[in-house]
Ligand binder design. Structure first.
Ligand code: PEP
Length: 245
């Protein structure tokens, strides 16, 4: 059975007051809770690790180098030093606003491994790709270009996030989600073999809310969610976690 994961990406939201949400979330976890991960802004990482009970902490990005003259960036080793255990790499907002390429995302995933972190590696198509019926080509290219070859079920999580669904309230149909997740699974099996390919957790991300989570989690190859807006409040994220438990 694959690991179930509910991951929250706070993006550039939240100051230290938001740690109260983390504490509240920790007290509301169901008994058979999936792996729950919160990725707060970088300045909150150390305190989030102290405040989190039963919740893993992740960062939202890391640099591919371990140190050096990279003003404003943070390394995977710094993230690990905070006590965090995960890092999102290749989020579409980074690929877009920071012009991150597949090769850069692959290097970041390898930097995460070198520091003992698990990357949550994001892929997803733009609206024009979807409308041009080019989704699977884009997803296949991103998988081939950004997934390093040493992937295992323990060291990597993949998140499929259609860009047009992120923060928009628009959610693909269950059939569309199933089609892409089944395709990703088949590509993983083709490249890494049955054992690894079948065991890597695949998350769906894009406007997951308490009222649509249970439907999305029905898809066989959806092992959880990467959640933006609805992870900011414990009262919104807790029912999403419960839908996965
Ligand atoms: C995200 O940013 O990864 C995301 C899925 O955001 P939202 O849930 O707000 O669409």
């Amino acid at each position: 059975m694959r690991r179930k994961i509910a991951a929250g990406n706070w993006k550039m939201n939240g100051t230290s007051a938001a740690l109260a949400e983390l504490e509240q979330l920790g007290t509301s976890l169901p008994q058979n809770a999936p792996t729950v991960i919160i990725c707060p802004p970088a300045p909150l990482l150390f305190r989030a690790c102290e405040a989190a009970k039963g919740i893993a902490i992740g960062a939202q990005d890391c640099h591919m180098q371990s140190s050096g003259a990279y003003t404003g960036d943070i390394s995977a080793g710094m993230i690990a030093d905070s006590g965090a255990t995960y890092v999102i790499v290749g989020h579409s907002e980074r690929r877009d606003a920071h012009e991150e390429t597949n090769a850069m995302v692959r290097d970041k995933a390898e930097a995460a491994w070198a520091a003992g972190l698990t990357p949550i590696l994001c892929i997803g198509e733009a609206l024009e790709d979807r409308e041009a019926d080019n989704t699977l080509n884009i997803i296949g290219g991103q998988l081939a270009g950004s997934l390093p070859s040493d992937v295992s079920a323990e060291n990597t999580v993949i998140a499929y996030e259609p860009i047009w669904a992120i923060g928009t309230g628009k959610v693909p149909t269950l059939e569309q989600i199933i089609e892409v997740h089944d395709f990703i699974r088949s590509r993983l099996i083709a490249r890494f073999g049955e054992d690894i390919g079948n065991a890597i957790p695949l998350l769906y991300g894009g406007s997951v809310k308490p009222d649509n989570a249970a439907t999305i989690f029905k898809a066989e190859n959806v092992d959880g969610a990467l959640v933006g807006g609805a992870s900011l409040k414990a009262s919104d994220f807790a029912p999403i976690i419960a839908a996965l438990a």
